[in-house]
Design a binder for this molecule. Sequence first.
Ligand code: SAH
Length: 397
Amino acid sequence: MDLSPTPLENRLIEIIAQNGALRLDHFMDLALFDPQDGYYTTHMPIGAPYAEGGDFITAPEVSQIFGELIGAWCLDLWQKNGRDEPVQLIELGPGRGTLSADLWRVIDHHHFSDHMQLHCVETSPRLRAIQAEKVPHAQWHDHIGAVPATAPCIIIANEFFDALPTRQFRRTADGWSERYVSCEKNTLVFVDCPFDGPSRSVEKGAQEQDVDMMAELRRLEDQFALGQCVELSPAARLYSDHIAARLRQTGGALLAIDYGYGKAADRDNSAAQAGGEDLSLPFSGDSLQAMFRHQFVSPLSHIGAADLTTHVNFDALAQSLKHGQITPLPLLTQGTFLNALGIHARTQKLAASHPDHAATLFSGTQRLTAADEMGQLFKVLCAISSDFPVPLPFSEK
Ligand code: SAH
């Protein structure tokens, strides 16, 4: 594996030498979205190894059944809502457009496409072009706030929140410390600096953000042992505020699927399992990971060439939606969600009509639902506006 510094790494070393260490979320933001050398600007993230040049594979790419079941879920929810007005289906970060295409096929098949509009929220021009080949009738936007609020909506986000930059705070004997990326002998290194309240930064919104972080850390304090870290994403917080505002305005639901954890207790198991940590030891809480051609690499290597993510803190996401007067329903695992939507019956049916693909269909379903594959690590959060019905298979308690 080539370990020579990438152009972005060299630039970051210069930036740090001039301005000091970079806060972890600022580092992630540059590594992923730098307009010149960022990972999403320069690479094709999703796809099978080598054949398609991707670095990771997502549920819709594993099996068409994933998107089809979500299409049927949207239709069911729409009918349950009992309204005759149009609905907007908004996908956040549609990647290669596979989920949108699969769900739209179901909607079309049931002759509902006249009642629905598809909106894709995507920042990468390169991915937009690929999506346009799959769902040419969709409309594209840079941000959820730019989707015209003309109808109730169902917002779908698969592996979207894990890409949003995160801050990391560690509990120490002297309070909380925060993780930064610095440079020693021309090499990037992590450093931890004390975090004791609002920064003196003059950057717009920086102090308010730190006050929010401090309040959240106080709420969480007794869930974390000394040495463990909490990951809080201001970008996810901001995004969920926009989602909540939109859902309040027109009514609707959010379906967010991602690897991640709810409360601290389930985090320790699921995040450690994904990171290959020894489950008998307490999990450090650090879920930052870098993927390069389907292999884990150091988050401080291959900068701009590897995908950088953290596990989604669904507890924090649910809290911020609640703060925006949107009701988060209890978190389900992906396995429970897909099993309840009838993934096994659908697989049998499709395999019977396409015997040549039967083995791939069955192994895809196994990968999506098995507890030791994606079934347990991936979670599904559904949140609804006050006037919306509770979608299957969620419950209010
Ligand atoms: N949902 C897809 C792709 C997941 S990868 C799938 O399941 O296969 C993350 C996607 O989010 C990519 O399409 C990426 O370009 C997009 N993305 C990341 N940050 C974004 C942002 N702030 N706004 C809009 N899209 C974003």
